[in-house]
Design a protein around this ligand. Structure first.
Ligand code: FMN
Length: 241
């Protein structure tokens, strides 16, 4: 296996960090890796805000469901889809298409994953924070995000102060298909996976969490998913047509 594959296969989100800061060289390497990600039509439709102000970090933590690591991690970066700069340089640009939301989200996610993988290759750890979308208006105001820019996810980075087991993923046979999507998915494979996830949570939590994967997605998908998001996207000039 190559080092890159070992790093990617060893991924697990880290939510407890030491206080050790990152060096300038580490930061530069992670930023350059993020920027090296491919970009749809070379639009480079992304911006990243590195939040270094401790008071701002506290405010963001409060907006992100009080997840302590948003304030405590050595680094907290907010990854945004960004068409603001395109409108600055090409004022007549046609924006607001749903397709451009996908472009911005895909470009930015590729950057985020490159950043995390680069950090992990340096012995650091991290976790993405989708909770930056819990209160998008307030967060956009705090970060001064203009129309054309939306926060997609945060990234906490730092030296790990925990060593969790990698979380078991769906069997490849339930995610990778050949030539055509299957008529029906294999229930035996899914039941086996549910048992593995249940065992993973029981082991990790000393028996306090007893949850299968289908149980977990059932809970998650029973709730409304940030129903205010469509209005926020429209206000920021996304998904208008
Ligand atoms: C876009 C995105 C948003 C996420 N948001 C959060 C979050 O707000 N808080 C958190 O603790 N983990 C968050 N996660 C981490 C996931 O919970 C985690 O990746 C998943 O459970 C798989 O675990 P693993 O990363 O340890 O393999 C997020 C992950 C992604 C990709």
């Amino acid at each position: 296996m190559t080092t890159a594959i070992e790093v990617m296969r060893g991924h697990r989100s880290i939510r407890k960090f030491t206080e050790q800061p990152l060096t300038g060289a580490q930061l530069e390497a992670i930023m350059a890796s993020a920027q090296a990600a491919p970009s749809s039509s070379f639009l480079q439709a992304s911006s990243v805000i590195r939040v270094t102000d401790p008071e701002l970090r506290q405010s963001l933590m409060a907006l992100c469901g009080n997840q302590a690591y948003v304030a405590a991690a050595a680094e907290f970066w907010v990854f945004c889809a960004d068409f603001h700069r395109h409108l600055q340089w090409v004022p007549e640009a046609k924006t607001g298409f749903a397709e451009q939301l996908l472009i911005g989200a895909i470009d930015t996610a590729l950057m985020g994953q490159n950043a995390l993988t680069a950090a992990e290759s340096l012995g650091l750890g991290g976790v993405f924070i989708g909770a930056v979308r819990n209160h998008p208006h307030e967060l956009a105001a705090l970060l001064g995000l203009p129309r054309g820019v939306i926060p997609l996810f945060g990234l906490c980075l730092g030296y790990p102060a925990q060593d969790p087991e990698p979380k078991p993923r769906l069997p490849a046979a339930l995610m990778f298909w050949e030539n055509r999507y299957p008529a029906r998915q294999d229930e035996t494979l899914m039941a086996d996976y549910d048992a593995r996830v249940r065992h993973y949570y029981q082991t990790r939590t000393g028996g306090t969490k007893d949850m299968s994967w289908t149980g977990q997605i059932g809970d998650t998908l029973a709730r409304e998913a940030r129903p205010f998001m469509l209005a926020f996207l429209h206000e920021q000039g996304f998904c208008l047509r």
